[in-house]
Design a binder for this molecule. Structure first.
Ligand SMILES: [Ca+2]
Ligand SMILES: [Ca+2]
Length: 128
């Protein structure tokens, strides 16, 4: 006798874990704070859940940087938490300017996030 059970299980898994593509783009910041070492040298680290998606290049000596990098992740799930950490690159220790966290929702969204030490991060993402 042949059972359909494994097939049914596979279909169920596929339905409940509907992975989607996350695309993060249009990363920029405004009014990043200066410190003793001068004008900010900003970069952003990107995470989806606990998975690191990488980081942008450092934009040296600008309070209003933009980053051309896009981040793609093919195993995102709705309600996954995306974390964006904004740093000021310095000689010895990079300064954490602020952290932005957001639960992913389907569609394309644009957000502004106020950074703890000053300035704002702007970004867009698409989940789908
Ligand atoms: Ca600098
Ligand atoms: Ca710096």
């Amino acid at each position: 006798m042949v059972s359909n059970f494994p097939v049914a299980l596979l279909v169920l898994c596929a339905l409940s874990l509907a992975q989607a593509q996350l695309r993060l783009f249009n990363l920029r910041a405004s009014e990043l704070p200066s410190n003793l070492l001068g004008t900010a040298d900003g970069y952003v680290k990107v995470f989806c859940g606990a998975t690191s998606l990488g980081k942008t290049a450092v934009r040296k000596d600008t309070a209003n940087p933009w980053w051309e990098e896009e981040f793609n992740y093919f195993h995102a799930l709705e309600n996954d938490e995306m974390t964006l950490e904004v740093y000021d690159n310095d000689l010895l220790f990079d300064d954490l300017v602020g952290v932005c966290q957001r639960q992913l929702q389907p569609g394309t969204h644009q957000h502004d996030c106020f950074l703890k030490k000053g300035g704002t991060l702007h970004y867009s993402y698409t989940l789908g």
